[in-house]
Design a protein around this ligand. Structure first.
Ligand SMILES: [Fe+2]
Length: 247
């Protein structure tokens, strides 16, 4: 597949996954301002002995079916051990997304496009979005695993994995599997900013191979924006956790 093709909701609906690009600009001042948020992430405090170095921030946003986006208060993130064998069964509290990142119009556009695509594939609903800004870092003498848990699903209904940037790194091949099948449906090393995979997280699994630095480089990294989608069946569940609407 051409990496620059648009993402298609039909692919998600029919096959459980889509690969392509969001039709948004990745040059100019607004993009640079948005992408610079990945220079301002915080080391993940929960890695333990995992062969991974990563910085991150996390936030939640309520995506109403009418298109309104409302950031939610709180940055706790929980997955069961069944879902995440490396980091499950512990409440992880991450540093929040910065006000500057939340105010970025490019960020809002990415969320709107992602939500529109998933709504087209799944049927319009209210979603609680989990938003992960992640930089996985490799050093000259040490590779780094973007997904130390191996082949997995994330424990949500849909997941969108957007590449933001790569810097002097090789590897980081994404693999998409249908649950219970050995053979990958798709393998791709994403290289273009805003190239993305959108997955039905209930029917598919994914994995990412390790990254290493390019030859002669001291340090390399891979920046991603991961958006997880959880249906909100009762909006009163999230009442009181919202603050100002995104523009
Ligand atoms: Fe994942």
């Amino acid at each position: 597949m051409d990496n620059s093709e648009d993402l298609r909701a039909d692919d998600v609906a029919q096959h459980g996954w889509a690969h392509g690009r969001l039709p948004l600009p990745t040059e100019g001042r607004e993009w640079r301002r948005f992408a610079s948020a990945w220079d301002d992430l915080v080391p993940d405090a929960y890695l333990g002995p995992a062969r991974c170095r990563r910085n991150r921030r996390y936030g939640r946003v309520l995506a109403h079916r009418d298109g309104t986006l409302e950031p939610l208060v709180g940055t706790e993130f929980f997955q069961s051990k069944q879902i995440n064998r490396a980091f499950g069964d512990q409440l992880r509290v991450f540093e929040p997304l910065t006000d500057e990142a939340l105010a970025s119009t490019r960020f809002t556009e990415i969320l709107r496009e992602s939500v529109a695509l998933v709504n087209e594939a799944a049927g319009k609903r209210d979603w609680e979005l989990g938003i992960h800004f992640i930089r996985v870092i490799a050093d000259a003498d040490e590779a780094s695993e973007p997904a130390p848990e191996g082949r997995h699903r994330d424990g949500h209904e849909y997941v969108a994995i957007h590449l933001i940037d790569r810097h002097h790194c090789v590897g980081g091949e994404s693999q998409v599997f249908r649950r219970g099948e050995e053979r990958a449906q798709h393998r791709v090393t994403m290289t273009e900013p805003l190239e993305a995979l959108v997955l039905s997280d209930t029917t598919m699994e994914h994995a990412v191979s390790e990254i290493r630095t390019e030859q002669e480089c001291e340090c390399g990294w891979r920046d991603t924006l991961i958006v997880d989608f959880n249906t909100v069946s009762d909006l009163t569940e999230v009442a009181g956790r919202t603050h100002s609407s995104l523009q």
